[in-house]
Design a binder for this molecule. Sequence first.
Ligand SMILES: [Zn+2]
Length: 371
Amino acid sequence: MPATIASFDKVVSGLAPEARRRFDRMYDSVAAEARILPPPAMEGWIAHAFRYLAPTKEGVLEAVRRQPIMHVMNRATGQATLFNAIRSQRPIEARAATDLEAEIEAARAKCSFCRPLEQTPANTFGRIGAQKTCANVAAYDGYHGLVIFEDHNPLRFRHDAFKVGEVADLLATARAWAEKCHAETPQARFFFLMWNCLWKAAASIIHGHAQMTVGCKFHYGRIERLRRDALAYQHEHGADYFADFVAIHESLGLAARWGSVAAVAHLTPAKEREIILVADRYENPDLPAAIWRALKVYAAQDVKSYNMAVYLPPLGPADPGWAGFPVLAHFVDRGDLAAKTVDVGGMEFYASAVVSADPFALAEAMKKQSA
Ligand SMILES: [Zn+2]
């Protein structure tokens, strides 16, 4: 039987002693069982809606009556995720993307990003690469820019035409933009790069684009929180947080090596199918290919809308407060573009992430991308 999040306790108890000690200093987990009593009138609906759980109606009903839950906590950061295994076994139903592709094509006629020089503002220092970057018309921070992709279609990552060189170009263009901000305002050191793909991921414009901000004085809150948590972990355990983070995922079978970049199927994902890449530096030559691979995994899992977010230490001379802080590229699936509900609610904002996708299944898909 392949490992699953429902059998997480067994996976953890199978760890070698050293790996187990490492796991225990960063993570904790608790299993629960949700027991429900559906009335007879609901049975037909349940048998159909959860038909993938078992070959017989009685088997399906039994699986729904007793639902295993796994709650995993990162003790160092407080990030926690509730996994419901019956939701996680739902098969990937690849729905036709034709309507979506048509909607993307229809947006071309009025697309301001297809005509960036006339339809988008420039930053004070101009544009990088003539027309690749622009300023955000309604900025988040003192410096807020965009890399506008050459291809209008944000689903390009799902097509064979999508090449590693495009990712390398994106990383280099975003970095060159950030360095311009830093040169203009030396206190502007805190560079953040993200890519919201389509409306479920909060993109307001269909045309593919990434966004960059550069802040002053301190890094963005989540990134600063992680820096402090990693320092506290190092102080408490005498071990490097990020090295342990990767080693724990590796020991559980939740990681792949993409060149010199570690790729983990995150144990406490923010939402569905979270992949985190850990690289020693932004300029690591393996990073573009690792990002490209993460997107190919997403394409294979039929992901269409996602957020990518890159954490890195401040620009400028090495800051001792950030020593050992790696580059982390996050990817999270934001779900069905046709669904009217948003995928995060009160639980995610204020309590704990609730996730259906099994990180062990994601890890298997990631390992296949290694070949
Ligand atoms: Zn466009």
